[in-house]
Design a binder for this molecule. Structure first.
Ligand code: FAD
Length: 467
C-alpha cells in the first residue's frame, strides 16, 4: 500500500491526501449506522487529479468509495471496516464553471454544495430547483449519483430530470467529456442516465451541466390539517386541478412525526393543532402575488367545502414560509436525535397510499404493540418515508436486531403488492442491497450486473453497494 500512497501524494500534494489522524468525518455515515475505516482519504482538486487517483487505484487494485457531502442515508458513501478502501472525496472540486443564461443551464463541479449551486443560479436571475433538507451540505455529485428527489420533484422532476450533461472519470481513469448543454442528442446509448443514480459504482462524476428555470414571481406556502390520508389525497387532486404546474410542493406529515419534532425540537413553532395528517402546500406563481394568493385561497376554500381540510394557515411572509418548510425538513433531524429507526423510503401510486397506510399501521401495531410509525414525505410524488421506531423504553439497537428483517418483509411485501418501489429517492447503498437482490426483476438484475462488469470489471468502484 505504501507505493499507492506515495503515488497519491505525488499526484495530489500533501493537502490532497489524508492518512492517519482522525478521519471519522469521512468514515461514519450521517445516520451513524455504518462506521468504517479508510485506507486514506484522497481529496483531488481537479478532474485530472481524480483521473490520476483512479489510474493509481486501478493499477494497485484498491477499491474506491466516492464521497460528496456524506449525507446519504443508505450507507453508500463510507468505507467498510477492512481499512483497505480509499475514500475519494470530491469536496475540493467546488467551482461553478459557468452559467449560460440564454441556454438556461449551469455547469458546476461535483463537490459544489447544493445550496451554492442554487445561489449561483439565483445570482444569474434563474432558479435551480433541486431542494432538500440536506442542501447545506450535500453536493451536486452526490445528488446525481443518488438521483436525489427532494421537495420540488412534483413540478421540476428529480436530479436525473434536471441534468443535461456529465463529466465522468471511469474505473480505469479515463475521462468522459459529456458536459453537453443540449436538450436533444440522440447519438447512441444514454451514458448520462447510466451514471445518474449509479451510487458511485460505475464511475466518478466530476462535473455536470444542469437545467435552470425562471424564478417564480411569488411563492406561497400553507399548512392544511386533514382528518385522513384519503382527505390528503383528495386535497392533492384538487390542488392539481386548481393550480396545475404552479403546485411545486405537496408534503405530508403524520401526527406522530410532528409529535416527535415537538419532543426533540421543542423550539420549532407548530402553527396548527394536532391532526392525523398535516399537509404542506407550496405554490410558485409566474404571474403575481395577487394571482397566487387568489388561487391558493380558492383552493383551500374548495377543500374546506368538500370536507378534505379541517384547518389551514397560509404563511404571511417569507419568514413564516421558511418556518413551515423548516418544520417539515426537521423531521429527519428529530429522528436522528431520537435514535436509529427502521427506514423505508418507498414509492407507490398515489391512489394506493391510503390503503397501504391503513393496512400497514394496523399490521405493525398487531405485530408489536407500542411500535411507533413516523410517516412523512413527498405525497405529491407518491413517496413516503415510512419509518418505524422502537416502542418507548426499548433500545434502538435491540429493536433493530430483533425486528428489522420481519418489519422490512411486511412493509416491502405490501409495497410490492401495490406495484411500488423499495427505494424512491435515497438509493440502495448497503442498506437495501439484499432486498434489491430478492425483489428486483431478475432480468433487470442480470442487465445491471452486465453493465457493472463492463464498466468496472475489477469491481473497484464502491464494491458491495447496490449489487
Ligand atoms: P454522499 O452521501 O456523499 O454520497 C451518496 C452516494 O453517491 C454514495 O453512494 C457515494 O459513493 C456516491 N457519490 C457521491 N459523490 C459522487 C460522485 N461525485 N461521483 C460518483 N458517486 C458519488 N435525499 C433525497 O433524495 N431527497 C430528500 O428529500 C432528502 N432529504 C434528506 C434530508 C436529510 C436531513 C439528510 C441527511 C439526507 C437527505 N437525503 C435526501 C439524502 C441525501 O442528502 C441525498 O442522497 C444527497 O443527494 C446525497 O448527496 P451527498 O453529496 O451527501 O452524497
Amino acid at each position: 500500500m505504501s507505493a499507492l500512497l506515495d503515488g497519491l501524494r505525488a499526484a495530489l500534494g500533501d493537502a490532497g491526501l489524508l492518512v492517519g489522524g482522525d478521519l471519522s468525518a469521512y468514515e461514519q455515515d450521517w445516520r451513524k449506522r455504518y462506521a468504517g475505516r479508510a485506507l486514506a482519504v484522497a481529496r483531488p482538486a481537479s478532474t485530472d487529479e481524480v483521473a490520476a487517483v483512479l489510474r493509481l487505484c486501478h493499477a494497485h487494485r484498491v477499491a474506491v468509495v466516492p464521497q460528496g457531502g456524506n449525507t446519504g442515508l443508505v450507507g453508500g458513501s463510507t468505507p467498510d471496516d477492512s481499512g483497505r478502501q480509499l475514500v475519494l472525496s470530491l469536496s475540493r472540486m467546488k467551482r461553478v464553471r459557468g452559467v449560460d443564461v440564454a441556454n438556461a443551464s449551469l455547469t458546476a463541479e461535483a463537490g459544489c454544495v447544493l445550496a451554492e449551486v442554487q445561489a449561483a443560479a439565483a445570482g444569474a436571475g434563474l432558479l435551480f430547483p433541486l431542494s432538500l433538507a440536506a442542501e447545506g451540505s450535500c453536493t451536486l455529485g452526490g445528488n446525481l449519483a443518488s438521483n436525489a428527489g427532494g421537495t420540488q420533484v412534483l413540478r421540476y422532476g428529480n436530479a436525473r430530470d434536471l441534468c443535461l450533461g456529465l463529466e465522468v472519470v471511469t474505473a480505469s481513469g479515463d475521462i468522459w467529456h459529456g458536459l453537453s448543454g443540449l436538450r436533444k442528442d440522440n447519438t447512441g446509448y444514454d451514458l448520462r442516465d447510466l451514471f445518474i443514480g449509479s451510487e458511485g459504482t460505475l464511475g466518478v462524476i466530476t462535473a455536470a451541466t444542469m437545467k435552470l428555470y425562471p424564478q417564480p414571481r411569488e411563492r406561497l406556502t400553507a399548512l392544511a390539517a386533514c382528518a385522513s390520508m384519503d382527505d390528503a389525497v383528495a386535497l392533492l387532486g384538487l390542488a392539481r386541478e386548481r393550480a396545475g404546474d404552479a403546485l411545486t410542493g405537496f408534503e405530508v406529515m403524520s401526527a406522530a412525526a410532528l409529535a416527535l419534532v415537538a419532543r426533540e425540537l421543542p423550539q420549532l413553532a407548530q402553527p396548527l393543532g394536532a391532526a392525523p395528517w398535516t399537509v404542506l402546500l407550496e405554490l410558485s406563481d409566474a404571474e403575481s402575488a395577487e394571482h397566487a394568493r387568489g388561487v391558493f385561497e380558492g383552493l383551500l376554500e374548495a377543500a374546506f367545502e368538500r370536507g378534505a381540510v379541517q384547518d389551514a394557515a397560509i404563511a404571511q411572509n417569507l419568514q413564516q414560509a421558511r418556518g413551515l418548510w423548516h418544520l417539515r425538513e426537521s423531521i429527519p433531524l428529530a429522528q436522528a436525535q431520537a435514535g436509529l429507526n427502521i427506514k423505508h423510503d418507498i414509492a407507490l401510486p398515489v391512489s394506493a397510499i391510503p390503503g397501504f397506510v391503513t393496512e400497514m399501521d394496523a399490521a405493525l401495531t398487531a405485530y408489536l404493540p407500542g411500535i411507533e410509525v413516523i410517516n412523512f414525505g413527498h405525497l405529491g410524488d407518491g413517496n413516503l418515508h415510512y419509518n418505524v421506531q422502537a416502542p418507548a423504553g426499548v433500545a434502538a439497537s435491540a429493536f433493530l436486531a430483533a425486528h428489522e428483517a420481519p418489519i422490512n418483509a411486511m412493509v416491502y411485501d405490501a409495497v410490492q403488492r401495490r406495484g411500488g418501489s423499495i427505494s424512491a429517492e435515497h438509493g440502495i447503498g448497503r442498506l437495501k442491497r439484499e432486498e434489491l437482490g430478492q425483489r428486483k426483476d431478475p432480468t433487470a438484475l442480470a442487465l445491471m450486473r452486465a453493465i457493472k462488469r463492463a464498466l468496472d470489471p475489477l469491481d473497484l468502484l464502491n464494491p458491495g453497494r447496490v449489487l
